[in-house]
Design a protein around this ligand. Structure first.
Ligand code: WTA
Length: 652
């Protein structure tokens, strides 16, 4: 029987399918692009000859309080410091700069609530709102180096709070509004946040989702000094319990503040924000991004890849709580002086054409979204996009998981009218910026993320770090530092900090992304999925260890293993195998009752975004001889992959 897997220890998959279709760019797009083919050639040449000169030019496009002394301080790898000695504040470049220029009265943000209500802000208006909140933060005792936790749905105040924190030099930590009280508590403690900003609730799927009660629950048992002040944005107008003097309504606090506020002049390497993500080991860890490098990387790639012009209306569907929302939902468009759209609610509300209706009503020109969302909408058929005039669209982008040729072609045909380039962008929370992506001028291959952007030294290698030839699957690595790369949060975060050496020591001297990839003869990259114990469910990274820990904290669970399985919509789904404590199901209505109780328990522990496709009971789970649970055997069993006779279990 032919082997479906390259059964070497890397677990690498060889290319099963070679993509031969090529979509060439429309000539008008090429002529008008921010980066023309000649520009690209020059950029690639400069970046290859002198990468630091390349990134220095990118930094010169922005305003600095003080110019850097060194483009890259690499004295202590992998703790690279970009634009060392420079002073800068991303909020100055995202807002103040525009508010004092010809961009002043341009629309910065169009926010649409789920019910259809709209709020619009020009750059000047947003600047004034941010200043008020920055002053309020200062009045509440927030100083440079502190952290603010934001437990916020997609609201204008989410963006305002991020920029206000940046302005005063505090770092923000956004916790997605779908996470549980336990998660939120842990993250407030980890970040040692003095201030928490939240909303009373928000609208999603036609329902009010209350947030303040979750906050109240989370704040029981937070460490002393954490969340001493809670600002509440009244979004839905439900009654909330306000505990004096801790809880304050947002508008009461900002009302008395001035609309002028100065930016703290930050060191380029100072922390701008932290985000938690499932990395190479264990529970989610906090990665940090700095004002200078992140700003340069995001600004540069946003203009390069999305080709944004002053006339563009750009719509990123990602929640602000994920890196995509941070980098290309909020900071990127503001840095570029573009107009962007933020949507509060569910993409199927009131029906499956919500996004297309928004594109038509606002005249969206660039749309950045995810394969999961597209696959969800595809199920409803092309009649939904057909109902709307999508002719303003000129660029389509995808991120977060492998899109696959089928979804790519649907997007290209039904949304892009076979005219808009579909740009599949590969990057990560840790990379902070797009790394591998086509440009609007590139010939495109469905299902491929194109080639590394200029200045990005990507490669596909074997476990020893040797470059692999076309068609051979291997590890995706980056061989040189880049400006958006993450840094470790400050030491006060202790154990919660992601560790740079976990990423740079796996294959010495290279950044190990944790993804498998292969290239074709033309150098186009194809991403095959994760190499480590991380699942990518609907574009959200979850460690199997984290899910297993939640299962094991249920008293009826003796042993648990979680595997990822392919799924047509979500890319991957989680399946749990549980060995129950013998006799425990007697306390329930048999096995089904226990199963439902475990599912409820995990939901309570981790929040509503975590759901198992199935929980299967087994008397015992398979183990390696060294006692590790054999997740691969469970996965192969599910996928019907035959295992070689006599295969040793020892190396798994
Ligand atoms: C996956 C999201 C295939 C990958 C910006 C990566 C992708 C992880 C793509 C990062 C893509 C991201 N094609 N897979 N275009 N983009 N991924 O940190 O496994 O939420 O390592 O960052 O998503 O997820 P994260």
């Amino acid at each position: 029987m032919p082997k479906r897997y390259d059964e070497s220890k890397t677990g690498a998959l060889d290319a099963l399918h070679v993509e031969n279709r090529v979509f060439r760019p429309d000539p008008q797009t090429v002529i008008e692009a921010n980066v023309t083919p000649d520009d690209l050639e020059a950029a690639l040449a400069l970046a290859a000859a002198d990468p630091l000169a390349y990134w220095e030019r990118a930094a010169e496009e922005l305003e600095w309080h003080r110019r850097w002394e060194r483009v890259l301080d690499d004295d202590d790898p992998p703790r690279f410091r970009w634009f060392a000695g420079g002073r800068v504040n991303i909020a100055h470049n995202a807002l103040d700069r525009h508010a004092r220029s010809g961009n002043k009265n341009r629309l910065a943000l169009i926010w649409e609530g789920e019910a259809g209500d709209c709020r619009k802000f020009t750059y000047y208006e947003l600047f004034r709102e941010v200043n008020r909140l920055a002053n309020a933060f200062r009045s509440l005792g927030l100083v440079r180096g502190d952290r603010v936790t934001l437990y916020m749905p997609p609201l204008p105040e989410t963006l305002i709070a991020m920029l206000a924190a940046a302005k005063v030099g505090a770092s923000h930590s956004l916790v997605f509004a779908g996470f549980s009280a336990r998660f939120l508590r842990q993250r407030i403690n980890d970040a040692r946040s003095k201030i928490l900003v939240t909303a009373d609730g928000f609208y999603r799927g036609g329902r009010v989702i209350p947030l303040k009660p979750v906050v109240d629950d989370a704040l029981h048992g937070v460490h002393g000094g954490c969340a001493e002040t809670v600002l509440v944005v009244p979004r839905v107008g439900i009654d909330v319990e306000m505990t004096a003097p801790r809880d304050l309504f947002y508008h009461d606090v900002v009302r008395r503040e001035s609309a002028e506020a100065a930016c703290a002049a930050m060191e380029s390497d100072d922390e701008l924000f932290v985000l938690f993500t499932s990395g190479t080991t264990g529970r989610p860890k906090a990665v940090a991004h700095a004002h200078g490098g992140f700003m340069v990387g995001v600004h540069h790639t946003f203009r390069e890849v999305f080709d944004v012009k002053p006339t563009d209306i750009y719509f990123c569907t990602a929640d602000p709580g994920w890196i995509t929302g941070h980098a290309y939902g909020i900071y990127g468009p503001l840095l570029a002086g573009a107009t962007s759209i933020m949507y509060e609610g569910h993409p199927l509300y009131p029906q499956a054409d919500r996004l297309w209706s928004m594109v038509a009503r606002h005249g969206v020109t660039a749309l950045y979204t995810t394969p999961t969302l597209l696959r969800l909408l595809m199920r409803y058929g092309p009649q939904y996009p057909k109902k709307h005039d999508l002719s303003t669209l000129r660029i389509l982008g995808s991120v977060g998981e492998p899109i696959g040729a089928e979804t790519w072609l649907w997007l290209h045909k039904h949304i892009g009218r076979s005219r808009c380039p579909v740009l599949d962008t590969w990057w990560q929370t840790e990379t902070g910026m797009m790394m591998i992506s086509p440009l609007p001028i590139s010939p495109l291959k469905p299902g491929s993320v194109g080639k590394p952007l200029p200045g990005i030294a990507a490669d596909v290698v074997d476990a020893a770090g040797n470059s692999l030839p076309p068609g051979k699957g291997g590890f995706l690595v980056i061989k040189k530092p880049w400006p958006g790369m993450f840094k470790e949060p400050t030491e006060d975060m202790g154990e919660a900090r992601a560790c740079l050496s976990d990423y740079w020591n796996r294959i010495p001297g290279m950044y190990f992304a944790g993804d498998m990839a292969h290239r074709d003869e033309d150098g186009y990259y194809f991403i095959q999925g994760r190499a480590d114990d991380v699942l990518n469910i609907a574009g959200r990274r979850m460690g199997t260890a984290e899910l297993e820990a939640a299962l094991l904290s249920h008293r009826g669970v003796a042993e648990a293993a979680v595997i990822g399985l392919p799924d047509r919509i979500k890319g991957q789904v989680a399946k749990a195998f549980v060995a129950p404590v013998p006799g425990y199901e007697a306390q329930f209505d048999g096995e089904d009752g226990l199963r439902a109780d475990i599912a409820r328990h995990v939901r309570r522990e981790l929040g509503p975004i975590v759901a198992f496709k199935a929980i299967e009971f087994r008397e015992s789970l398979p183990h390696t001889r060294s006692g590790k649970i054999l997740r691969r055997a469970l996965r192969d069993g599910e996928l019907g992959v035959e295992r070689d006779e006599g295969e040793t279990l020892e190396d798994e």
